[in-house]
Design a protein around this ligand. Structure first.
Ligand SMILES: Cc1ncc(COP(=O)(O)O)c(C=O)c1O
Length: 392
């Protein structure tokens, strides 16, 4: 299975009802392992076999989902020490965890040096490097900002000159000096999220690999033994919507046009690509307010801006497909509805003025393709409990 259709969602919902898996009559998030496995299989198939695919925890941090990823032999990318501990709880070995927090404290660094030997740790800036002891058993990397233009939406483009992530590649001499001083074995980059044209990632890889080559030339001249062995290419690519066999394959083929790439072990950090289509949410419609013919009616759900932060607050063009259970093929007359969440503020709106078959209290509203940056971003506003989560 590649996508969850309204019919499949309905089947899962009915099966869960029949087997009494649904714990709340309000809202339930379903996560379908088969779709995650399908996307992971593309990575496994198209990248070299020794690539470490460290799936970004921040994109979906449900402990059972993480456990499943680890049980299939994949790694996890952690954006905070808390996520490192989630990775460990999911069963990930240190050498399958990549720790990328941009603001690691001295205490955190001392802790991981002691507790996580073998873990990949990418320093975000040259200042951070000074906090590592001379002797440690971490696989230390440095995040480079390759300064490549890309098509990520403004707030997700982290490869511009004002980015807080990584050392700008234009500071080449300082990077080389840092690699002389520290045992850096990985160069890391992640240029942004939601990227449609992966040629930007290929250009970034080319610049970073040329830099790795230069660093090691200088190291050789100085008779230093350390080498850059690993290139961590991050995530961020929105492979085409059809997830054709071309997408990941074409990317890997383009990467391997780069001179010397075959000399490095690769790490990837995909998030949205593997999670987005694997999850859907079903909420009971609690109330329907009839506003007459001129103003859309209002339907209230049990999740809103608490689960869909980016959609509600960030003014991004995020349109989760939706349907109403049992009314997908309904030929009855439609009405206009504004779909709102349960939070106590007026901006908690999920869809405005959409046409739907007539709704009534107790109907089940479904939102599809919600697996990325939703559950893991749950907002505590109004102190509502997280929606019940079912892994199937
Ligand atoms: C360092 C890093 N790696 C990986 C990811 C995952 O990105 P995506 O979900 O777009 O693949 C992110 C997302 O922000 C990130 O910051």
């Amino acid at each position: 299975m590649k996508y969850i259709t309204p019919e499949i969602a309905e089947q899962y919902f009915n099966d869960a009802l029949n087997s009494k898996l649904i714990k709340s009559s309000k809202a339930t998030i379903f996560y379908v392992k088969e779709i995650l496995e399908d996307r992971l299989a593309y990575l496994q198939r198209d990248f070299p076999k020794n690539t470490l695919h460290a799936i970004a925890i921040k994109t979906n941090n449900h402990p059972e989902v993480l456990k499943h990823i680890v049980s299939l032999g994949y790694g996890l990318e952690a954006a905070s020490l808390e996520e490192v501990e989630l990775a460990k709880a999911a069963g990930a070995a240190n050498f399958r965890i990549v720790f990328d927090s941009p603001v690691k404290t001295q205490e955190e660094i001392d802790f991981i040096v002691k507790e996580y030997p073998g873990m990949y740790v990418n320093a975000n800036c040259l200042e951070e490097l000074k906090r590592y002891p001379e002797y440690h058993e971490l696989a230390l990397g440095l995040r480079i900002n390759p300064l490549v233009e890309n098509d990520a939406n403004g707030i997700f483009d982290v490869s511009n000159s004002t980015s807080k992530f990584g050392v700008p590649i234009s500071r080449e001499q300082e990077i080389i000096d840092a690699c002389i001083e520290h045992k850096i074995s990985t160069l890391h980059f992640h240029i942004g999220s939601g990227i449609k044209d992966f040629s930007a990632n290929v250009r970034a890889a080319k610049k970073v690999i040329a830099l790795a080559h230069k660093i090691d030339e200088v190291r050789k001249k100085k008779s230093l033994r350390e080498r850059i062995t690993t290139i961590d290419i991050g995530g961020g690519i929105q492979f085409d919507q059809e997830v054709t066999s071309q997408s990941t394959k074409a990317f890997v083929a383009a990467l391997f046009q780069i001179d010397h790439l075959e000399n490095y072990q690769l790490i990837t950090e995909f998030g949205s690509f593997v999670h987005k289509h694997a999850s859907f949410m079903i909420s009971r419609v609690e109330y329907v307010i009839d506003n007459g013919d001129d103003i859309p009616n209002i339907a209230y759900l049990h999740v809103g801006a608490d689960l869909f932060l980016r959609k509600v607050y960030a003014n991004l063009d995020i349109n989760y497909p939706y349907t109403v259970l049992g009314k997908n093929n309904s030929s009855s007359a439609t009405k206009k509805y504004t779909i709102v969440g349960p939070l106590c503020f007026s901006g908690d709106v999920l869809y405005e003025g959409i046409e739907l078959p007539e709704l009534k209290s107790g109907d089940q509203f479904v939102m599809l393709d919600i697996g990325a940056n939703t559950f893991s971003m749950w907002s505590g506003h109004c102190s509502r409990k997280k929606a019940h989560f079912i892994l199937i």
